[in-house]
Design a protein around this ligand. Structure first.
Ligand code: AOY
Length: 468
């Protein structure tokens, strides 16, 4: 039984690429391509996820007699013709033992790189396999997704850090301030795992177990994320409208210690906060050995959050922290997991601050906007050929469409240089190898560099949290 749509790398490409081996100039012996973010929503991109793709699809004997046979059949039917490069793949099987004669060089995973810089390069290592470099584009460009999730999540970390810095005693709670609710809104278990791991590069709170599995399997991380017991509407509403108080007290009693989250908007969030939690269950909450996290889940987030804080503050009392902002008692917090995105976050944080509430009081949950509401254009990710060897001559290859100069591509062999705290892509092979930050991560079927999740996290850490 096949465990996924296909295990056959020969089928993991766009149809047209199957025909490209017949289209390059005669005597092409090298094709060299690179991946970049050409711009987009965020000025820098967190490089993350290529290692998953390499381990999942490219390492070891990925070409077999059976895979060639299957691909030949599929492409014969698909094109009603025999465009499939059977000889080329048989050559790899026979001369490379089914391992890919390709080199991939990349910036270290977790690096935060300004757009318009090269992030990785790909080239064939056997002159007969010039066609393979861009056959792999389809698969390799899918790195846009974990990178874009990690990037969007990191920019949310930056905003939260800024507001914590202004309104909280310290930044200790930052790693748990944005919790991943996105599993159900992802398009597949695989996507949730990959994207959720992108979020965990920046944070430690997740309900997306697939992300924990991805970090374990592909980044040697024993446990990348944590969670706490939490209610969903069904576990509250099955007690009936008149049973909400009993549903709440049942939660508090069945989880007598530690943090527990109770979704409180099933009927009337104001009544739930003021009367049920703030009066009827007040002493149960105060005497419990842990933190109750109240979860509103509807309405205009910026308004609901402040109103819930005001009610809870009135009922349970509050203090002022070292920055002069209001704090609920330590056994009481809130979590807003509805309508959270990079954009809405800033609005909510600002409205909390304006009304004197420390951001320490809240944790955010995010689903659709964290793992799904983005595409390859969010960071304008692209893979382009920049160099070739044709008839033994080096050729600088580029595109420069008059209809969109933003799509201009780089020329020649590329290095990514770091000096004076700045990244710069140097073109046409003119780079200084001593300043090059690229690492050869894959060559001829072998993974040459294996990043741990801890290394990725350290590379991606925001400046406010960096310890000298
Ligand atoms: N989880 C913190 C722990 C998680 C969740 C997951 C969709 C949690 C809710 C909570 O407190 O309330 C998927 C919606 C919510």
């Amino acid at each position: 039984m096949a465990s996924s749509i296909t295990e056959n790398l020969l089928l993991v490409t766009d149809s047209y690429k199957v025909t490209h081996h017949l289209q390059y100039p005669p005597n092409t012996t090298a094709v060299y391509s690179y991946f970049e973010s050409r711009g987009g929503k965020f000025p820098c991109t967190v490089f993350f996820g290529l290692q998953y793709i390499i381990k999942r699809w490219l390492t070891g004997q990925v070409v077999t007699k059976e895979k060639i046979k299957e691909a030949k059949e599929v492409y014969h039917l698909h094109f009603s013709n025999d465009y499939f490069n059977e000889d080329g793949w048989n050559y790899i099987l026979e001369h490379h033992n089914g391992c890919l004669p390709v080199r991939i060089r990349a910036v270290p995973e977790g690096s935060v790189i300004p757009f318009k810089n090269v992030l990785f390069t790909v080239e064939n290592t056997d002159p007969k396999c010039f066609w393979l470099t861009n056959y792999l584009e389809t698969l390799l460009v899918q790195a846009w997704y974990p990178m874009t999730v990690a990037t969007n999540s990191r920019y949310q970390k930056e905003i939260i850090a800024k507001y914590l810095h202004e309104t909280a005693d310290n930044l200790d709670s930052l790693p748990f301030k944005l919790h991943d609710f996105g599993f159900r809104g992802s398009t597949s278990v695989e996507s949730a795992g990959i994207g959720g791991a992108g979020h965990l590069v920046n944070f430690k709170g997740t309900d997306t177990i697939a992300a924990i599995c991805a970090a374990r399997k592909f980044y040697a991380c024993n446990i990348a994320g944590f969670s706490i017991p939490a209610a969903e509407h069904s576990t509250i509403t099955t007690w009936g409208r008149e049973g909400e108080r009993e549903a709440f007290s049942n939660m508090l009693n069945n989880f007598p210690s530690g943090a527990v989250s109770i979704v409180s908007d099933s009927y009337d969030i104001w009544n739930a906060c003021e009367n049920v939690l703030g009066q009827q269950l007040k002493s149960l909450i105060e005497n419990r050995n842990g933190t109750l996290v109240v979860r509103p889940d509807s309405g205009e987030p910026a308004e609901v959050v402040v109103k819930v804080l005001n009610i809870l503050g009135e009922k349970f009392g509050c203090t002022k922290n070292s920055k002069g902002y209001k704090m609920l008692p330590s056994f009481l917090r809130i979590i807003q997991g509805d309508g959270i995105s990079y954009e809405s976050l800033a609005v909510i944080l600002e409205s909390m601050k304006k009304q004197g509430w420390s951001v320490e009081n809240i944790v955010f949950g995010s689903g659709g906007a964290l793992l799904q509401r983005m595409d390859r254009d969010t960071q304008k990710c692209a893979y382009k050929c920049s160099y070739a060897l044709i008839n033994g001559k080096e050729v600088n290859v580029y595109k420069q469409p008059v209809t969109d100069l933003g799509k201009k591509s780089k020329k020649g062999r590329l290095t990514l240089e770091y000096s004076d705290g700045q990244y710069k892509t140097v073109e046409e092979g003119k780079g200084d190898p001593k300043k090059d930050v690229f690492v050869t991560v894959f060559e001829n079927g072998k993974l040459l560099k294996d990043y741990t999740f801890d290394e990725v996290r350290a590379n991606a850490e925001i400046d406010l949290l960096k310890t000298a």
